[in-house]
Design a protein. Structure first.
Length: 159
């Protein structure tokens, strides 16, 4: 085989449509555009989202509203019934200990303790936020609460 013998595969190249080359070509006179009308004209046709004058879908949909605050801190909620179930008496509840028992995906996530459930044993809780009711319940059970500061959570906002 030589270079001059090379041919493209069968059907790989399609002949381009040559319109307006006489009636005998099959694409003469109106060149396959039919008789008069918007699509027969030079530069004619409708835009991509045109729906015959009906209000287009793109205009019927609501415009994007609001924004995402880059500095919002996303707290991971933890409830008292979870703490009571997973921690023993006199144990310390912190970000690291919550991550080790599987309540936090990332040990750096700030935590908020909420008051669902009861606490039956004294716990030492060191978290970024705690509800007033949860604090009362922990202290009533003989535990202590320390509210820590937090760094801005750099995670992307939940959508």
């Amino acid at each position: 085989m030589k270079l001059h013998d090379l041919r493209p595969a069968e059907g790989a190249h399609k002949k381009r449509k040559r319109v307006g080359r006489g009636t005998g070509s099959g694409k003469g006179k109106t060149s396959g555009r039919g008789q008069k009308g918007q699509n027969a004209r030079n530069g004619g046709g409708v835009r991509a989202n045109f729906e015959g004058g009906q209000l287009p879908l793109t205009k019927r949909l609501p415009k994007l509203r609001g924004f995402n605050n880059r500095f919002k801190v996303y707290y991971v909620p933890v409830n008292l019934d979870q703490l009571d179930r997973l921690f023993g008496a006199q144990e310390e509840v912190s970000q690291a200990s919550l991550a080790s028992v599987g309540l936090l995906g990332n040990a750096a996530d700030p935590v908020v303790v909420l008051a669902r459930g009861e606490v039956t044993k004294p716990l030492t809780v060191k978290v970024q936020r705690i509800s007033a009711t949860a604090k009362q319940k922990i202290e009533a059970a003989g535990g202590s609460v320390e509210v820590l500061g937090y760094e801005v959570n750099k995670r992307l906002p939940r959508s």
